[in-house]
Write a new protein. Structure first.
Lengths: 196, 596
């Protein structure tokens, strides 16, 4: 790990969110998984597989100055369209009329961090419009899968702008250090998944 | 048309119908439809949901030792409890025993989840069914301070504290899109708290939000990481090394002491904030005792938190185990998860296909073959259902039954069974709370009763965390640092075929996983989750499930704003397959309401 220098003392969280069990819903998690596997980042940058933790992620947000979040987004775009949303454009709100706490969206996590007075100053949402989110156990669809690499590129540009560039790993990341293990890593999950 | 269900509810599906449908990308999710009579009282309720369509489609052919990692992904809120249930199922199938320390650590993690989930559920979802945020802005901070100090010794209670908070909240509410409390029914006549109590509850909403992040540190410590802690068939994934100084992954004294201090603060918060708040809120809603449903008739709890490792019998489980049927609270019936006649799932009204849909299937023999067919009286189309036909198939949730009976599961079920078993740790606090509220015991059979039982259980669970943490420390001091048994780790040591089950009490109720293993791989895997029990559709005999039963007979003040329906559904802390956080550009409402 690189020691923080005056240029890169910003604390940065790179977060992937989504449910890997619902096809394109898993986009965000798969991006951060691959980003972490391919790139090394300075010590002030944390990469996190946030899954569908919703409100429980608020403490991770409170601790950082800048946030990059990968997620499936619904902006009414063509499937596989990648969109970068910055700062004030990132939606933050809480809906009290939801039926379950398990509907907690990431917007609400941002809103909760905001309410506690400690929301990241700089926000970047790297979102991809999904094609299919109802294929239980299914893979990422082709148009969404092909956006993993461009999403990582976008994140690399942001990290460079924030003075904390990611660098391609010179040696492959050992299995035990990867973000997802126990057969739910992207390759193994899809190799053996049998969508209905 | 009027009709009586076999489990004793009078239904009439004529008249006005309200449809409450969460707006999510995944169709259906948890949708509630209700008919109102001419006095706007619910006379028929229909609960329909999108759960996952069978975890076996994903797990078949995989290594049983990895199943926990998949089930952990079903839901972001229940992660740990699915993982625990999964490793228990595999251990049960293969006859693997775990060390005492592993049992203590698992109990602490499970109890931690209960404390955390109850707290977060109450403050960040359910409290807003009782607390009017907008009204809090009108409160007199001095009055709020006086109220807070009269019910608790919690130090954050000065007039200045509440005044400052009120100013902050006002800014938020006025800031448009940033207002975290938009999309609600503020000003609804069903809100009964005075402004001062509303402000106090809101202050605690924020404090709970801040405090909950400390509680989950326990999962990070014992699970190696959070979110998505690690679990292990045969024990727990963390090693204990008391002399270690920050060795990666190992539990040392510093980590153990940190857990102890978090537990201490959790007990304080629950006793000085959560419980007093529930008592105050309850005192203003004593005439709103709707939502009984099945709670006064048929409840079930699998039991959990084994005192000693590897013994899952009722007498060794600290959370009650058993079933009460048809209001006979003098008899608690025993459960056998392996008996094909006891727990069965039916699909007569679910979007699945069975060879014979008049019969239920035990989870070991469970099948999940989708069959999306609508009843003849449905209104709308297959892709845009305006009104479901509960006479036909109407939900992705199966209908689980215990010996053919619909039952309610969850904290209230656990407390009622503990009470019926005469267990003083459940009986005394319940009776004390009811006495404080000057309500008869039967008032517990209600939406408010569910909310009260959850708060009481949160206190119980926090103290049990302390108990198992002390037990763990005592074992470690005595030189026992074993946390895993790897004798049967290698698949070569397994039989050719095996089957087993694991169960837990998830925060929201009884959770079971059933597994069949063949040639070292998963052959079948079924989860029956708490919200499947509570949110189930009708069974072939017409028995209604807990959500539907709890809504019947509730008066709705304003059919366009059915706050009362959300209040009762929320009291069950429903779990949906978590896949709903897709971001949209604007503040989409989380539920639409249509009145037809």
């Amino acid at each position: 790990m690189q020691m923080p220098t005056p240029e890169n003392t910003k604390r940065i969280l790179v977060l992937g969110i989504g449910n890997i069990l619902w096809a394109d819903e898993g986009f965000g998690v798969r991006v951060v998984e691959q980003f972490h596997r391919r790139y090394a980042v300075p010590g002030n940058v944390t990469m996190l597989d946030g899954g569908t933790q919703g409100l429980y992620l608020v403490n991770f947000l409170q601790e950082v100055d800048c946030l990059i979040a990968f997620d499936a987004i619904d902006y009414g775009l063509a499937p596989g369209h990648l969109k970068l949303v910055r700062d004030e454009e990132v939606p933050k709100f809480t809906g009290a009329k939801k039926v379950s706490l398990h509907q907690t969206g990431f917007q609400e996590v941002l809103s909760a961090a905001n309410l506690l007075g400690r929301c990241p100053r700089e926000l970047a949402l790297i979102g991809c419009q999904p094609l299919n989110m109802e294929n239980w156990g299914g893979p990422l669809t082709a148009p969404v899968r092909t956006q993993i690499a461009p999403a990582i590129e976008l994140a690399c540009e942001l990290l460079a702008q924030w003075g904390s560039p990611a660098k391609l790993r010179t040696a492959p990341l050992p299995q035990s250090d990867r973000l997802l293990a126990n057969d739910i890593d992207h390759a193994n999950y899809e190799r053996r998944g049998r969508p209905i | 048309m009027g009709a009586q269900t076999p489990n004793g509810f009078k239904l009439d599906n004529s008249g006005k119908r309200i449809v409450v449908d969460p707006l999510t990308r995944v169709e259906g999710h948890l949708r509630v439809e209700a008919n109102l009579d001419s006095d706007n009282v619910i006379c028929n309720a229909v609960s329909s949901g999108t759960m996952w369509r069978g975890i076996e489609t994903i797990l078949r052919g995989r290594d049983p030792r990895d199943a926990w990692a998949f089930t952990e992904r079903i839901c972001g809120v229940c992660t740990g409890t699915h993982a625990l249930t999964s490793v228990r199922a595999v251990e049960n199938a293969l006859g693997i025993i775990i060390p005492e320390n592993a049992n203590s650590i698992r109990n602490i993690m499970q109890l931690c989840l209960q404390v955390h989930d109850h707290l977060v559920h109450f403050y960040h979802l359910h409290s807003l069914d009782w607390v009017d945020v907008i009204s809090a802005l009108k409160a007199d901070p001095k009055g709020t301070s006086a109220l807070a100090q009269s019910i608790s010794s919690w130090p954050l209670s000065s007039p200045g504290y509440f005044k400052h908070l009120q100013i902050r909240l006002t800014k938020f509410v006025e800031s448009g899109q940033l207002g975290p409390f938009k999309n609600a029914y503020w000003g609804h006549p069903a809100y009964k708290l005075p402004p001062e109590a509303n402000l106090m509850a809101l202050a605690h909403y924020l404090e709970a939000l801040d405090f909950q992040k400390d509680i989950v540190k326990i999962h990070a410590i014992y699970g190696g990481k959070n979110p998505h802690p690690n679990w292990l068939v045969g024990g727990v994934a963390c090693a204990i090394n008391v002399d270690g100084t920050g060795a990666v992954g190992a539990i040392n004294m510093e980590r153990l002491n940190l857990v102890s201090s978090i537990i201490g603060r959790a007990i304080e918060f629950v006793e000085q904030v959560y419980l007093p708040d529930v008592a105050v809120i309850g005192s203003f809603y004593k005439d709103w005792l709707y939502g009984c449903g099945l709670s006064g008739k048929s409840v079930m709890s699998y039991g959990d938190i084994p005192e000693n490792a590897n013994d899952y019998s009722a007498k060794n489980l600290k959370q009650p185990r058993g079933v009460i049927l048809n209001g006979n609270f003098s008899e608690v019936l025993p459960i056998d998860h392996g008996d094909p006649e006891q727990i069965q799932e039916f699909v007569a009204h679910s979007w699945y296909k069975y060879p014979d849909e008049t019969r239920g299937l035990h989870p070991w023999d469970g099948i999940t073959e989708p069959n999306f067919r609508l009843g003849p009286n449905v209104k709308g189309t297959r892709t845009d259902i305006k009104e479901l036909d509960e006479g036909g198939k109407y939900s992705w949730i199966k209908a689980p039954r215990w010996r053919g009976n619909a039952v309610e599961v969850g904290p209230l079920a656990r407390y009622l069974i503990g009470h019926a078993q005469g267990k003083v740790e459940f009986k005394e606090p319940t009776e004390k709370l009811m006495k404080r509220l000057d309500l008869p015991f039967a008032a517990l059979f209600s939406t408010l009763g569910r909310t009260a039982a959850r708060a009481l259980e949160c206190q119980w669970a926090a103290h049990q965390m302390r108990y198992f943490q002390d037990k763990l420390m005592a074992h470690i001091k005595a030189g026992d640092t074993a946390t895993a048994n790897v004798d049967k780790w290698k698949p070569e040591s397994w039989p050719k075929e095996a089957k087993g089950y694991g169960f837990t009490e998830a925060p929201r109720g009884a959770l079971g996983h059933w597994i069949k293993i063949k040639e070292t791989k998963i052959d079948n895997y079924q989860c029956v989750v708490p919200t499947t029990w509570n949110g189930s559709p009708r069974d072939p005999k017409g028995n209604i499930g807990a959500f539907e039963a709890a809504l019947v007979d509730t008066p709705i003040a304003d059919p366009e704003k059915p706050l009362e329906i959300l209040r009762t559904i929320h009291s069950f802390d429903p779990c949906l397959a978590c896949s709903t956080h897709v971001m949209g550009p604007d503040g989409q409402e989380m539920a639409t309401v249509k009145v037809r």
